[in-house]
Write a protein of this length. Sequence first.
Lengths: 150, 413
Amino acid sequence: MFDSQELYQEIVMDHNRRPRNFGSMTDSTATSEGFNPLCGDQITLFLKVSEDIVEDISFEGVGCAISKSSASMMTEGVKGKSVEEALTVFEAFREMITAKSDGSKDSEILGDLEILKGVAQYPTRIKCATLSWHTLQAALQGTERDISTE
Amino acid sequence: MLDVQKIRNDFPILGREVNGHPLVYMDNAATTQKPRQVIQALVDYYENFNANVHRGVHTLSMEATDMYEDARKKVAKFINAGDPDTVIWTRNASESLNLVAYSWARENVESGENIVLTPMEHHSNLVPWQELTREKNAAIRYIPLDNEGVLDLSDIDSIIDDRTALVSVVHMSNALGTVNPIKKLCDLAHARGAKFLVDGAQSVPHMVVDVKEIDCDFMAFSGHKMMGPTGIGCLYAKKDVLEGMKPFLTGGEMVLEVSYEKASWADLPMKFEAGTPNIADAIALGVAVDYLEDIGMANIDEYERDLTGYALNKFIDVEEEGGKLFGPRNPDQRGGIISFDTPDIHPHDLGTLLDQMGIAVRTGHHCAMPLVRSLGVAATSRASFYVYNTKKEVDVLIEGILEAMRYFRDGVR
Ligand SMILES: Cc1ncc(COP(=O)(O)O)c(C=O)c1O
């Protein structure tokens, strides 16, 4: 009846049903809240950054499949990376999702996240996909500030 | 019984396909589709009559003025306003509500008084009163809802009291479908000396609405939700109330006499219509009113009630899979707006999947954020009907919802 190949691929559905790194964190070094008042999507992000490395990351919240799977894949994509590398992934993801690139040149950086490139064809859904990333950026920048004041 | 197929044939857009499927348009609470007659009226006006109104002695201007004022008469008759001067053109219901907030309430609501609303108001009948009551140091009171989304009037005598300046209530909720007991509330307001405003944005397009019978002081509605063009709406108000009000916007068209120092105001309705009005869209709204009256509002109401009853029955299939219906069960207490939540699939994902099947529904907070939050969800999905929707389309909708729910739950198509 419907063709949702580009948007709701099996990997997306899987992350939606069983989001990875889902839950709060007691020993986080930074947290950040993301909220999209237009659709009610809400995310809380927990980060543990040590010596400029994202050692651990988790999230909680409610949202659609696109926002949840994007957050879930994001946590997998940036865990273990340096803060700068994490921001590079964000940049590549943002370019892909706003159709500035098709993701292929950044395939290596993006990994599974490339699955979400179909979202670029659904302008009303782009914000769903980027919510967790903006939240991450805010948390990382908070962390960076913390680090620089140490 | 009305002939739906004949009606559908008047709506060119209903013949189109979306994502390879015939369009099933069920976002009528947001805006309705337009019949060919209305679209043609716009073309006809611009091709044959275009001129400014109320100012020329030439033929085109006189003809345009006649058509424009005829449209006002049609709308006045449609809501049984009596005097066409009590119908003010605005851009939409939101502007009508703001007109009352700025021109009437700013002069008439005092510190310590209150304005009574319901928890199911559209932001357009909420935010203007929040602004006003903050400015005036007045209060907003809410009539509570029961758990079906129906107003609970058990404590109404302490809510509407002698300090109530205005009771402003949505006739049919765009978020729940609930139809409120407007006449009763109007009588209660008047008994306490308060004015009564009806937000008729969702009722005027779908049922017989008679402002004389309700006896309301104000009523706001939008043309685009009743087969008319966007950009044209109406405010009805009682004549003595309008006469006592200051203008909303000032400038051309709305003045009687102007010197370098001051101006006096034109008579009703022009006192409230500064500047060149939306002539073409007003005329086309008049044609939409003709179209609706040709079918008959009572027939439309009856047809939609039957369709809604059918949809509510069908919706039991969705409820059996865990779906949740908001708003009253009883078709007599509601209009053709079905607002619901589905387990395992977020409204936005449902909206996107239904769109892939050609079905247009609205997902989100429906400009009633506090209400939707109070339902315990971040968003709902909403299917809203008009007289051109069919039972077959309802079947397609329900099947689509079930299919999307299954796909999200177990990945099976
Ligand atoms: C109940 C209700 N009131 C007011 C409005 C505002 O109408 P408009 O956006 O045309 O001003 C709407 C439209 O969604 C509505 O449903």
